[in-house]
Ligand binder design. Sequence first.
Ligand code: ZN
Length: 299
Amino acid sequence: MPRPDCLPPCTPACATRRHTVLAALGLLALGLAPQAGAAPPAPEPVWPAGSPVPGGVVRLALGSSIARPVARAGDVPLLVLGDASNWTVLVGIPLSAEPGEAQVWVQVDGVERSFSHTVVPKRYREQRLKVAPGHVDLSPQDLARYEAERSHLEQVMATFTEPVPERLRQADALRMRAPVAGPRSSSFGLRRVFNGQSRNPHSGMDIAASTGTPVLAPLAGRVIDTGDYFFNGNTVWLDHGGGLLSMLCHLSAIDVQAGAELQAGERLGAVGATGRVTGPHLHWGVMLNRAMVDPALFL
Ligand code: ZN
């Protein structure tokens, strides 16, 4: 029997695979791929791991400056970490990004300059399914509800809290803990095609766990939204600061209210099967500068 999953636009195939593939990609991106016969030097781990692909995170070193740099991609503000001796800007790359050159703008002491980086193509797996037509096309009522929710969620997703909390500025500060124990899918980025129609790619990590299992904050943060949404079911959004957000979906219970400040590991709800899902599991999304990025990069 297949593992319970989200239904579109949140449907993974959920083959259980550890994230060694992603870890290997991170090493390759750094030019540190192990060579036969030579023991590779162990790179210093960083969170999130750099992965310059759609759905990944680019880490750009900005060097030193007394003043804290301010960075943006287009008009979207970016998260800058570090201290006066060495600043780093993190750039979340949307799954929809086109491979090629991309630019960010960094301002220090009123002087702005651009940094370019390369988005490397990544071919995510594709899942083709045939389902009853009613499961692909929303009814007019469902569509109206979804559209209303989407405009609300766009506001939630644009949250950018400054100043970046002191706790986020250190190199290992963005290391997250899995919000629930259980087998994790490697279905981030999975391209879904239902009855020949493309749907949004799967933009989070699914973790299998039974209904009622406590869901914990993956990192300290403030609850900025709770609600029952058409696709995502009962959902909690956490603001970790600087445009880094977590989204926990399909909950059977929500134990927190908007405005609550949570420590890492604090309970916020329980695993469930609310929204469009085939069974109980947690869908965990991580958003950086309004781009859903692979949560595995933060573990
Ligand atoms: Zn999911």
